[in-house]
Design a protein. Structure first.
Length: 377
């Protein structure tokens, strides 16, 4: 079988993990954590990066830093992973869902303003597939209504919008280093902080609500409980694994982009024939080849294609079930405006295998089988 995903591995991961063990420092904020954080800061231009145990936890930290409270509302797309909503729901907020652009599957910024009420506190754009939302318009709306912007850039490492790294444009940005992402530490993430004034409190929130970070830097002679927080520090063992990936970030990027382009060229004839639709990359966006998806005609056709590919040794998957249709989404959220595209487009989308090291002949084989499926249609 050709797997849908294979976690990236460069070859130096075990050496770095062993080094962390030999350093007698395997809890958070050791040498590898610092190297990874510095790499992100230097490659994105963000004021501060705090490595976290997951992108979910990075988003939870953002919710705490924004002082989200019961009764607040946070605007986001329904077509996203549950963590986007969970981080704010845990603070008692309501998730307010709006529709998406069918071309990019990103939030439709034109619909945000009508969803704003006096309870609205933040907007959470999700950069689907590493393709940026229209951040200029979103940030302008946020400024107009005095709202905060938290970028869910889980899929956006090494992607940009108008020359700005994703995750650095809003007040906070959240990265994922899950095993399904371009760069992995198994489970992990990062919080990117734009305003230097937010750094000290963010460090406190990340360290169980204590000023322990200042203590370890020798800035204070003892540390104590200062604020609400939790344990959001990843292990040095995870950070050591990630460092191997970040050292070779461009190599991984180039390899994935080669695969993405190969898919695109091979399947272009199907799109031109009106059989499928493929990803749209707006001119202002530089994506990172996080995924390659196609859109079938409808749900029935997509399920048949998934089955056909599996019969031919290829694992392909659909993606998010819109949150507003889920039991928790109905309980904790509300869809405002018309669901014109969210549900119908989510039912059409199919993700093809995409990972670092996917061999060209396998890409060609997958594309051939997709074309074979449609040859009689």
């Amino acid at each position: 079988m050709i797997n849908f995903n294979v976690p990236p591995i460069i070859g130096t991961e075990i050496d770095y993990i062993r080094q962390a063990i030999e350093n007698h420092k395997i809890c958070g904020d050791g040498a590898f954590t610092k190297q990874c954080s510095k790499w992100i800061e230097e490659n994105t231009g963000t004021a501060k990066t705090l490595l976290t145990t997951s992108c979910t936890h990075a988003t939870e930290m953002a919710a705490i830093l924004l002082d989200i409270k019961p009764g607040d509302e946070v605007i986001m797309p329904s077509y996203t992973f549950v963590s986007t909503a969970d981080a704010f729901v845990l603070r008692g907020a309501k998730a307010v869902f709006v529709d998406i652009h069918p071309e990019t599957m990103n939030i439709d910024e034109r619909l945000i303003e009508n969803a704003i009420t006096e309870k609205t506190k933040a907007i959470v754009p999700v950069h689907y597939a590493g393709v940026a939302c229209k951040m200029d318009e979103i940030c302008a709306i946020a400024q107009k209504y005095d709202l905060k912007v938290v970028e869910d850039a889980a899929q956006g490492v090494m992607a940009s919008y108008k020359g700005k790294a994703l995750g650095t444009i809003g007040d906070y940005g959240c990265f994922s280093f899950h095993e399904t992402k371009n760069y992995s530490m198994g489970e992990g993430g990062a919080l990117l902080i734009r305003d230097p004034e937010d750094i000290e409190r963010a460090e406190i929130v990340r360290e169980k609500g204590t000023n322990r970070s200042k203590f370890f830097r020798g800035q204070i002679d003892k540390y104590t409980w200062m604020d609400a927080g939790s344990s959001y520090l990843p292990s040095e063992l995870n950070a050591a694994y990630l460092w191997a990936q970040l050292e070779k970030a461009q190599e991984i990027y180039d390899d994935r982009m080669k695969t993405w382009n190969r898919y695109y060229e091979a399947l272009k004839e199907l799109e031109e024939a009106g059989k499928i639709e493929m990803p749209v990359i707006p001119e202002d966006c530089v994506h990172n080849a996080h995924m390659f998806y196609i859109k079938a005609r409808d749900l029935e056709e997509r399920q048949k294609l998934i089955g056909y590919l599996k019969e031919n040794g290829i694992i392909s998957v659909f993606h998010y079930i819109p949150l507003h249709t889920a039991p928790a989404g109905m309980k904790y959220g509300e869809f405002r405006g018309e669901d014109k595209y969210t549900t119908t487009e989510s039912e059409r989308l199919l993700r093809l295998p995409m990972y670092y090291g996917l061999e060209a002949e396998n890409v060609d084989y997958i594309a051939e089988k997709v074309k074979a499926f449609y040859s009689g249609k």
